[in-house]
Design a protein around this ligand. Sequence first.
Ligand code: CTP
Ligand code: CA
Length: 237
Amino acid sequence: DRPDALPYDLAGLRVLISAGGTREPLDPVRFLGNHSSGKQGYALGRAAAQRGAEVTIVAGTVSAAGDPAGVDIVGVGSAEQMATEMTKRAADADVVIMAAAVADFRPVSMADAKIKKGDQGPAPIELTTNPDILRGLVEARTEGRIAASTVIVGFAAETGDETGGVLDHGRAKFKRKGCDLLVVNAVGNGKAFGTEDNTGWLLSSGGEETALPPGSKTLMASRILDEIRTLVPDETE
Ligand code: CTP
Ligand code: CA
């Protein structure tokens, strides 16, 4: 892609993006994690920067090739660390995008020393629920700790199941989260995780539902940014 082929329509906007997976520590050398590559979050960061935005990416585990030029990268490990960084930085952002695959659960405690194999066989791992960062951000905005004008965007990776299809789950999640835009990705059968291409829908708070035809994560990123641009209040009044 030639940067000069992109619109320069995000100039001056501060965009905060979470990307990649989280690592939930078990002991000093082990963690529970996931296969998120961070590619979609990085593609968004790269495209937003090319369109003139000031971009910060709070990155968990990523296997994206190379950090996008002109983007601030803040590395984090666990969901709690990601929550801290995102919550703190959201106060200075115009747009906040939760593209990260945040672990829903973490081990109740982290052992101080490496867990030994012993001869009793494995002990079960007790889990507790992580903070919902996206909901926390929406709540912070409701309570005035984040400006009312801040646009908050979430992602949902759905497979669909016997209770409903991808879009049904996406709609339900959009209601639950209270964000302004939800990017619903159809996953499963090798789709999305670690691959180059995404497909899905954009659900926005006005009630619009836009189908996203299959395309690269770069193309997906520009479509998402186009939609975000329409949600950012105009300051030229
Ligand atoms: N998310 C978050 N904090 C969490 C879990 C998820 O901020 N602890 C964010 C993700 O970054 C994503 C959105 O919430 O933007 C949806 O994540 P998803 O895992 O699809 O939703 P959950 O609410 O965790 O529901 P479930 O996993 O049961 O489908
Ligand atoms: Ca989840």
